[in-house]
Design a protein around this ligand. Structure first.
Ligand code: EPU
Length: 334
C-alpha cells in the first residue's frame, strides 16, 4: 500500500498521485482488497484507465488496480462457445484471440483500449455492436460482505453506455466476465462506415479476423492513439432527444446527423461539437480531435480541472446553439 503516480495508468495522461495503491492479481487477493476497502473511506477500481479522468492532483483514497489474467472455454456447442475471461486481460487482445480461433460476435468491438473487466461497466459499443449482447454473466466479489456472486446479463441493467456499475454498486469488484461467442460467422454490417469500406475495397465475404482488421483500420483512421495523443475515447455520449425536438432542430439545421431509435432520436454529439467550431481547435492544453470531434485530447499538461472547465465550455456552447445538453461519458474521479 504505497503512494503511486497514476499518469501512466490513465490514457488521458492526467498527473494524479494516489494515496494508496493495491493490485488485484488473482482470487487469492480477495482478503487483501477487502481489508483495503474497509480501511479506506474512498476506493476506486482502476482497469485499463482508458475511460477515466482524475479530477484532482491527488486521489485521497485507495486505488485497486485490476491485473488478474487468464481465459478458459467453459462450454462448447456445435455452433457456440462460452468463454470465461479474467478482468485484467487486455480487451483488444482478447477480441483478436477470439477471431483467430474463429469465435465471432466481438469483432466489431476490435481495438477498443482497456481491459475485459471494464467492458460491461460502460457497456462498450462500436460499429453497430455492444458488449451487452455477448455477455452471459459477470462474476463479482463484494468487498463489503466478502461474498462472490454472479450477475446474470438481465440483472446488469445494460443500456447505451450504461450498466449497474456505472453509477452504483461500487463495492462490487468485477473479476470475471463470461461471453457467448458464435462458431458460425454472421457479420454485423449495419454501420455505414463498415459497409462503405467493404464496397470501396470490393470485399464480398469476410472472416471474423478480417472484420477485426477492418474495424481496427477504420478506428485508427479517426481515433487518436493515446500513446501519441492522450485521450479517453468519446468524451460525451450521443444525446437522445424526443421526435418533436428533433423535428424542430431539423427545420433549423437540415444537415443535422441523427440515428433513429424507437420513439426517440439519437444525435451525433461529434456533429454538434463540430458545428460549434471546436473540432481540431486547441484551447490551452486541450482540444477536440481534428478527425473525431467527440474525442477530447490532452496536448501535454492538462489537469483534471482544465478538463472539467473545457468540457463545461463545450457543453455550454452546444446548449446555446442547439438547446441540447451533452452528458459526459468518461468516468470522472474526484
Ligand atoms: N461526425 C461528425 N463530426 C465528427 C465525427 C463524426 O459530424 O467529427 C458525424 C458523421 O456524420 C459520422 C457520425 O457523426 O458519420 C458518426 O461518427 P462515428 O462513426 O465516428 O461515431 P460516433 O457516434 O461519433 C460512436 C461511439 C464510439 C464508436 C463509434 C463507432 C459514443 C459515445 N461513441 O461515436 O465509441 O467507436 O460510434 O461506432 O457512442 C467511445 O465510446 O469511446 C467510442 C469511441
Amino acid at each position: 500500500m504505497e503512494k503511486r503516480n497514476l499518469k501512466s495508468l490513465n490514457t488521458f495522461a492526467i498527473d494524479c498521485v494516489a494515496k494508496k495503491f493495491v493490485e488485484f492479481d488473482s482470487e487469492k487477493d480477495f482478503e487483501k482488497i477487502d481489508k483495503a476497502y474497509r480501511e479506506s473511506e474512498k476506493v476506486h477500481i482502476l482497469a485499463g484507465g482508458s475511460n477515466t479522468v482524475f479530477l484532482n492532483k491527488e486521489f485521497d483514497g485507495t486505488i485497486i488496480k485490476i491485473e488478474n489474467k487468464g481465459k478458459t472455454i467453459i462450454s462448447e456447442e456445435v455452433d457456440s462457445v462460452a468463454v470465461e475471461v479474467n478482468s485484467g486481460e487486455n480487451w483488444a487482445e482478447f477480441v483478436r484471440w477470439a477471431c483467430l480461433n474463429g469465435f465471432s460476435g466481438l469483432e466489431n468491438l476490435a481495438a477498443i483500449p482497456g481491459q475485459v473487466g471494464a467492458s460491461p461497466v460502460q457497456n462498450i459499443g462500436a460499429y453497430g455492436s455492444q458488449v451487452a449482447d455477448r455477455i452471459l454473466w459477470v462474476e463479482v466479489h463484494n468487498m463489503k460482505t466478502s461474498d462472490n456472486y454472479r450477475i446474470m446479463n438481465a440483472d446488469c441493467e445494460f443500456d447505451y453506455r450504461f450498466s449497474r456499475w456505472k453509477t452504483s454498486h461500487k463495492e462490487e469488484l468485477i473479476y470475471k466476465v463470461v461471453f457467448l461467442l458464435d462458431k458460425v460467422f454472421r457479420p454485423q454490417l449495419d454501420y455505414a462506415a463498415i459497409r462503405s469500406y467493404l464496397e470501396e475495397n470490393k470485399i464480398n465475404e469476410v472472416s471474423p479476423l478480417q472484420m477485426c482488421d477492418i474495424v481496427t483500420e477504420i478506428r485508427n483512421s479517426k481515433l487518436p492513439d493515446p500513446e501519441i495523443l492522450p485521450n479517453a475515447g468519446s468524451f460525451f455520449k450521443n444525446p437522445t432527444i424526443s421526435q418533436e425536438q428533433f423535428e424542430d432542430l431539423k427545420q433549423r439545421f437540415p444537415q443535422i446527423v441523427s440515428f433513429s431509435q424507437p420513439n426517440a432520436v439519437k444525435l451525433s454529439a461529434a456533429w454538434l461539437i463540430e458545428q460549434c467550431g471546436f473540432k481540431g481547435e486547441r484551447y490551452n492544453h486541450l482540444g477536440m480531435h481534428a478527425k473525431q470531434a467527440l474525442v477530447m485530447v490532452n496536448y501535454g499538461d492538462a489537469t483534471g480541472e482544465d478538463v472539467l472547465n473545457f468540457a463545461n465550455l463545450v457543453i455550454e456552447k452546444v446548449e446555446e446553439k442547439f438547446g441540447v445538453r451533452l452528458e459526459i461519458e468518461a468516468h470522472l474521479i474526484k
